[in-house]
Design a protein. Structure first.
Length: 208
């Protein structure tokens, strides 16, 4: 995709569109690159063209270690990145490149100009923030009310594929628990016939 493939471009005023195209900076980063750390103040918003970014929090104080909030894919944006850039306040999470990325960064001063001058951009941002907030609230609900085995099964189902290529450690990070807990639950699920485990792979059986 290209920068003008983003949803908000379709309704941007000509002057606003020209401003964005002039100020957007092309960027690319490899796997493992930290885009920002929890506590950083962001100076621009990332518009992703290719790749994937993981956004997570470190929560050792509640005994969960790392909790993945969400992944950013092409055409999507990050709520933490947006709020930190717009308000110039510390980021509430950390973002790391999960798959090598290409995209654009629109600097803080341009974002502020759009908010002040573009009703279309304001509408886009309100809609985007609402969607992301709903996802985070759903995560909070799962963390608080659902058993880990149920959350793990739900996660396996929503992948939509029979064989999932991942590790126990990666799942633990996504679900906000330890690798040992995930391994124990998966072994129990395998005994019950729900999954078949192989190194780096989890296959969902016909019993599910």
């Amino acid at each position: 995709m290209k920068l003008n493939d983003y949803q908000f471009f379709a309704s941007l005023e000509p002057e606003s569109l020209e401003k964005v195209e002039q100020d957007a900076k092309r960027v690319s980063f490899g796997v493992g690159t930290f885009l920002y750390y929890q506590g950083d103040i962001n100076d621009g918003i990332l518009f992703l063209e290719k790749g994937s970014v993981k956004v997570y929090i470190n929560s050792d104080d509640i005994g969960r270690g790392e909790i993945t909030l969400y992944y950013i894919k092409p055409g999507e944006q990050c709520l933490v990145n947006t709020l930190s850039t717009v308000s110039q306040t510390p980021a509430t999470a950390t973002a790391i490149v999960d798959e090598s990325i290409e995209g654009w960064v629109i600097p803080h001063h341009t974002i502020k100009w759009l908010i002040d001058n573009s009703p279309s951009y304001r509408d886009f941002k309100v809609s985007f923030c609402s969607q992301r907030l709903s996802q985070i609230l759903h995560l909070v609900e799962e963390l608080r009310f659902k058993r880990m085995d149920q959350r793990l099964l739900n996660w396996l189902y929503v992948q939509g594929i029979e064989t999932i290529h991942t590790t126990h450690e990666q799942i633990a990070q996504i679900l906000g628990t330890s690798r040992e807990v995930i391994s124990r639950i998966l072994k129990n699920l395998e005994k019950e016939g729900f999954v078949t485990l192989r190194r780096g792979m989890i296959s969902i059986t016909n019993n599910t």
